[in-house]
Ligand binder design. Structure first.
Ligand SMILES: Cc1cc2nc3c(=O)[nH]c(=O)nc-3n(C[C@H](O)[C@H](O)[C@H](O)COP(=O)(O)OP(=O)(O)OC[C@H]3O[C@@H](n4cnc5c(N)ncnc54)[C@H](O)[C@@H]3O)c2cc1C
Length: 497
């Protein structure tokens, strides 16, 4: 049985391990943290559970892509989903008005056309383009057939704002359609329209919260991997990938253990991977390219516990902006921060009436916290505590401005900064979604899933894209190096029958 060592136990690592263990490999997952899951992890404070990096998923209604993928991964019975409001899975609060995103192509167009009647034809064209890009992906058809990639290729090289400018006249509508851009940390003139299209399509088809927290996804995957004979070793930080003259031979961990491997799959940030490789098999030019890739923005989060039965459960994701546009919120002066936020409630139970907890996310530059880099979580000192308090209070005041009464429901709160993301996931500068997609970078801007070391592969959010769908697509591509893709797709389709 060939041995595979997977580095990192986030969604990328766990889904790779699941596929490979199921298909006859002997898999060990190494995780630096105390629990498996990466961004799927949750934490509890004062009896309330909080999700850290997976708040809602899309295309998971019966028959849809994520529904079928989840069944394949054994998540169909173990992970309970709660639909977001189908008339408003997202709400964009901009220029004093609220704009609701409805599920389904026709409902979405009808609702947007009520706000912007003169743009109805353009909205049809917009949704047609979104669907043609999304359906060009193999995951949409769940087959390994080669597809007509023309639509995706064109919109991979055109920026999101350029395409929106070409489609619509109304500035406010363009900004509303870009209003959910914190979900992918989109940047003006840089983020490809294709990324916007995949995410718009994913959630437009259907959108759900995970009842009880996204850690149920990690728990279920980890349990299935163990049941099939695989292993997940936590508190086991990979520090070095050993290589001979031609290939990787195994992985050394911080606690001095060595895991021999026929194949290694790294699902960590690619810069962390470069730090584990001192072999001449990796060319300096490749290393330099990987280390100079742009990162998505990093973030600041406030986790709120509400006083009992004071905050009605909000079954939509609220994107609020202080200015006239969602763009450029990652660039701010001290006085301007925060320029926007994403505010969500956690779904603690089916048909929730009251919210027990919620999260507010906003951008924060790593430089704002850089002076505390290298200090340990919980021991960063008083000044850091004050920094977090001041920023949390400003962010909560901004939410209260958009949602009057919010502050009076807050019982307690906790925060995370870019340093927290750095410590918990190892992304460069605590970036939320890893390497950024950039239309100007061409092929050099993509993280490859193969390396010059023939038995070392990459997976996770930096390969392909982030998020539930983006990571799983990357997983299938990477695992196809070891298991024929047709076999993986056949298994996915069989699991649905
Ligand atoms: C704030 C936030 C909100 C999000 N919301 C959503 C959402 O609502 N819906 C959605 O679909 N997606 C969302 N995402 C994105 C999604 O969570 C991620 O893209 C995805 O979970 C990443 O999975 P991964 O396996 O690639 O990486 P990670 O989850 O980061 O896992 C990497 C793992 O590698 C481990 N690791 C790092 N270095 C080492 C080492 N040297 N040795 C061993 N282990 C190591 C880390 O500890 C970590 O566990 C969100 C992300 C963030 C940050």
């Amino acid at each position: 049985m060939s041995k595979v060592v997977v580095i990192g136990s986030g969604l990328g690592g766990l889904t790779c391990a699941y596929i490979l263990q199921k298909n006859g490999y002997d898999v060990t997952v190494l995780e630096q943290g105390a629990q498996a899951g990466g961004c799927l992890q949750c934490f509890s404070r004062k009896g309330v559970k909080f999700e850290t990096g997976m708040h809602f998923i899309g295309s998971a209604a019966p028959g849809q892509t994520m529904y079928r993928v989840m069944r394949y991964f054994g998540l169909g019975d173990t992970v309970r989903l709660s639909p977001l409001d189908t008339a408003a899975y997202n709400t964009v609060d901009l220029c004093g008005q609220r704009f609701r995103f409805a599920n389904g192509k026709d409902a979405f167009i009808e609702q947007m056309a009520e706000y912007f009647p003169r743009e109805k034809d353009a909205l049809h064209r917009y949704m047609d383009i979104i669907q043609s890009i999304a359906s060009a992906s193999t995951i949409a058809s769940l087959t390994s057939d080669s597809r007509d990639m023309a639509a995706e290729t064109e919109y991979r090289t055109r920026s999101m704002n350029e395409v929106l400018d070409g489609l619509f006249d109304d500035e406010l509508l363009k900004n509303v359609l870009a209003g959910d851009l914190p979900l992918y940390s989109a940047e003006l003139d840089r983020t490809p329209f294709s990324q916007h299209a995949f995410i718009m399509d994913f959630y437009n088809r259907s959108a759900f919260r995970v009842v009880g927290g996204s850690d149920s996804i990690a728990r279920s995957l980890a349990g299935s991997i163990a049941d099939m004979g695989g292993r997940i070793e936590v508190k086991c930080k990979a520090v070095k990938i050993h290589c001979n003259d031609v290939r990787a031979t195994g992985v050394e961990t911080e606690n001095g253990r060595f895991y021999p491997a026929d194949f290694v799959i790294a699902t960590v940030h690619p810069k962390r991977l470069m730090e584990m490789l001192d072999t001449r098999l990796i060319r300096p030019a490749f290393r330099a390219r990987i280390c100079s890739m742009p990162q998505t923005a990093s973030g600041f989060a406030v986790y709120v516990k509400f006083r009992p039965e004071t905050m009605p459960y909000m079954n939509t994701n609220l994107f609020g902006y202080s200015g006239r546009t969602p763009w450029n919120c990652e660039h701010y002066t001290r006085d301007e921060w925060p320029k926007g936020f994403l505010y969500m409630h956690f779904c603690h139970e089916d048909r929730a009436v009251w919210a027990r907890g919620g999260v507010i996310l906003t951008y924060m530059d790593f430089k704002d916290v850089e002076k505390w880099k290298g200090t340990a979580t919980g021991r960063r000192g008083q000044e850091y505590g004050m920094f977090k308090r001041v920023h949390a209070e400003r962010l909560m005041a901004e939410v209260d401005r958009h949602c009057p009464g919010f502050l009076s429901s807050v019982e307690s709160y906790w925060t995370s900064t870019p340093l927290t993301y750095l410590d918990y996931t190892g992304t460069e500068d605590g970036s939320m979604y890893g390497v950024a997609q950039d239309i100007h970078a061409g092929a050099a801007g993509r993280v490859p899933y193969r390396t010059r070391i023939p038995n070392l592969f990459l997976a996770g959010q930096n390969v392909n894209s982030h998020g539930m769908l983006g990571v799983v697509v990357g997983t299938i591509v990477t695992c196809s190096e070891l298991v024929p893709s047709a076999q993986i797709y056949r298994q996915i389709n069989e699991a649905y029958l």
